[in-house]
Design a protein around this ligand. Structure first.
Ligand code: COA
Length: 288
């Protein structure tokens, strides 16, 4: 079997990759439109995204892996991967490497200066071996809602405020492109917590605080969010910055309140050099 890498744009509708994504990562309790929502919220560009195939591009049975590449304006001048996966049975043969290299070259030739990705801790060394350097480390925390109803959840407020410290954040566009009825802002004592519904769960996309606010007051603001969101929905606080001067003590407060760390990871960046026009397009085979 000989795989090659093509642009995701070559298969027409990028939504056709959803079954492959679910075969690799599992379906879990995701909402049915999770993949379509991801494409929109993470600004995925099919022309920069890549697919590994071992036959005709139109035949999903021969698709072995993919990398989605997005161009969210908040990350410029970097492009950003929004998911990389290779089928279990095809791993270890260079497909992941070939997909990443093709994505890097496509982004480079489209004028992007760098390629950014979010890596779980367990994959960090894979990406480091491919030239990605850690920009910041983060922890994602989990707890369960204790509120009664979501009838009167607060309306979304602007994502940004001046003179605030960002304690943790996911992609700005992901929150802004969520339906208005599915995103909320909770303000309490100088802390703003921005939340979006993600299937059965709620995700805290961003926590902003005035720099002088102590960790226990930030924990108090998060406790109020937990008490407002409808039980028993899981709540994940995405990507709290592990090196902020606040998040060390905040972690102790969160642990005391019943939160626990469910994921450790890092934002990683690879600088892109000059465009290699010879390999930017079709038909490249991965190294064996
Ligand atoms: C990570 C992934 C895309 C790699 O794809 P792949 O086709 O197996 O990768 P390659 O064959 O190009 O590279 C394999 C090399 O990476 C190494 N590698 C693979 N997974 C690794 C990991 N988690 N950590 C460190 N190294 C890893 C292999 O040991 C091998 O090293 P070698 O070349 O020195 O022998 C694939 O394992 C995968 O889909 N995993 C599940 C989905 C996933 O976790 N995606 C990333 C989300 S952050």
């Amino acid at each position: 079997m000989t795989e090659r890498i093509i642009s995701l744009a070559d298969i027409g509708d990028p939504l056709r990759v959803q079954p492959l994504a679910e075969a690799i990562f599992g379906r879990g309790d995701r909402r049915p439109d999770w993949f379509a929502r991801k494409l929109v919220r993470e600004h995925v560009d099919p022309g920069l995204s890549q697919l590994a195939i071992a036959g005709e591009p139109g035949d999903p049975a021969c698709w072995g892996g993919y990398v989605l590449v997005g161009t969210p304006p908040s990350r410029a001048p970097a492009a950003r991967t929004a998911g990389t996966g290779v089928r279990v049975e095809a791993r270890g043969r260079g497909l992941g490497t070939a997909l990443l290299e093709a994505a890097a070259n496509a982004a480079r030739c489209a004028g992007f200066a760098a390629l950014e990705l979010w890596a779980e801790h367990a994959r960090g060394s894979f990406y480091a071996a491919h030239g990605f350097v850690v920009q910041r480390s983060f922890e994602t925390w989990l707890t369960f809602a204790r509120g009664q109803t979501e009838d009167r959840l607060p309306a979304p407020l602007p994502f940004d405020r001046t003179k605030t410290l960002v304690i943790g954040e996911f992609l700005r566009e992901a929150w802004e492109h969520s339906d208005a009825g599915e995103r909320h802002s909770f303000d309490h004592g100088g802390v703003r917590v921005q939340v979006a519904r993600e299937g059965v769960a709620f995700a805290i996309h961003r926590v902003l605080a005035d720099p002088e606010i102590p960790a226990d007051l930030i924990a108090e603001a998060l406790r109020r969010v937990v008490e407002r969101l409808p039980a028993p929905a899981p709540i994940v606080a995405i990507a709290l910055d592990t090196v902020s001067s606040i998040t060390g003590p905040l972690g102790a407060c969160l642990a005391r309140d019943g939160w626990r760390v469910v994921q450790r990871g890092a934002v990683m960046l690879r600088q892109l050099g000059a465009c290699d026009a010879q390999t930017v397009d079709k038909g490249r085979s991965p190294p064996r």
